[in-house]
Design a protein around this ligand. Structure first.
Ligand code: COA
Length: 326
């Protein structure tokens, strides 16, 4: 089987920053509560006219410029998101149009916060089963567009941003050593957007009741997140035939600092190996891991040969973890 590797990364966080103090003027909350319960200080918010694909296009252009990637060398575009530009066609189609990478397959993956890891897995499958050589895998959101800004229990948690990775077959030691993805639909109602799809099409009533926004039972989700992220990470480590002691970096989905700390503790990964940027980004769902990878890459934190564990959990519930040799 062909091993695939990430050869380039990019990301984009919208310029507008919403602070905890800003939020305290919108709902009954405060910086202390948000910081203590979530670790979040700031989140980036897309402009009124910016859709998810617009953020993706900037992320891809940054990636192409930095790594000298020619758009015509891309064989497929995969976009992991739950905040597509439109319900159809896919967000990948709009990215394709803007970047001018025409005639290659372009499609979205809906796996919430685990979407980027699902995307890596699908890209690996395509490279193994077709003549495709180089695939763009995006993960990211404009969650601000489906946030209920009157609900303090959710509006403090999320942010906007997109990350991207270029993957291709590896001919050296670098590459994705293991990927483990899964889902359990039994608890879908704990974290979802109730209206806007075919179950509850948009009506005056659904809009009035804000059913097209994020609905979440935070406490329940929290418990599943911690257990599932541990389980997924252990499975990916086992598939890679290594232990958590072998990894240089643990890059968890940035949902909540308490989920990150507890998962790292369960996995026996010391704090200095855990990448955290949730204070600046909040939860960008599918954007979380590719944004983190790009930031670390640009900061020179990722060295060739390093073993990295990425780990995510999201609505569905879905999960995914992978061990990567950089
Ligand atoms: N500011 C101030 N108070 C708030 C608040 C806010 N933004 N949001 C909720 N509260 C209040 C609640 O109303 C509640 O008040 P009450 O005791 O008077 O009823 C109190 O704080 C405690 O609420 P609770 O929901 O029990 O808090 P918590 O410790 O579980 O923290 C979350 C809430 C959302 C931070 C936490 O459950 C969480 O992070 N869950 C996981 C969410 C997540 O990451 N989802 C995405 C997964 S990919």
């Amino acid at each position: 089987m062909k091993k695939i590797k990430i050869i380039a990364t990019g990301s984009y966080l919208p310029e507008k920053i919403l602070t905890n103090d800003d939020l305290s003027k919108m709902v009954d909350t405060n910086d202390e509560w948000i910081t203590q319960r979530t670790g979040i200080k700031n989140r980036h918010i897309a402009d009124k006219n910016q859709a998810t694909s617009d953020l993706g296009v900037i992320a891809a252009k940054r990636c192409f410029e930095t790594y000298g990637i020619e758009p015509e060398t891309i064989d497929a575009i995969i976009f992991a998101t739950v905040t597509p530009d439109k319900l159809f066609p896919s967000t990948a189609i709009y990215v394709q149009k803007s970047l001018g990478i025409l005639n290659v397959p372009a499609f979205d993956i809906s796996a919430a916060c685990s979407g980027f890891i699902y995307g890596l897995s699908v890209a690996g499958g395509l490279i193994n089963s077709t003549s495709m050589k180089r695939i763009l895998v995006f993960g990211g959101e404009t969650l601000s567009k489906v946030t209920n800004w009157e609900d303090r229990s959710t509006c403090v948690l999320f942010g906007d941003g997109v990350g991207v990775a270029v993957v291709e077959e590896s001919f050296d030691e670098s590459g994705i050593i293991s990927v483990y993805i899964g889902a359990d639909g039994n608890m879908e109602y704990l974290l979802h957007q109730p209206a806007g799809g075919s179950r509850n099409p948009a009506t005056f009533e659904t809009v009035e009741k804000k059913l097209h926004t994020i609905h979440m039972a935070g406490n329940e989700v929290y418990k599943f997140a911690v257990n599932t992220m541990q389980m997924a990470a252990e499975k990916a480590l086992e598939l890679a035939k290594i232990t958590s002691q072998d990894i240089k970096w643990f890059i968890p989905h940035q949902a909540n600092i308490r989920i990150i700390d507890t998962t790292a503790k369960y996995l026996k990964v010391p704090k200095e190996k855990v990448f955290v940027n949730i204070d600046k980004t909040a939860n960008t769902s599918a954007g979380s891991i590719p944004i983190a990878l790009d930031q670390m890459n640009r900061e020179g934190l990722l060295k060739k040969g390093d073993l990295i564990l990425i780990d995510a959990f999201g609505a569905g519930f879905t999960w995914g973890a992978a061990v990567i040799r950089w």
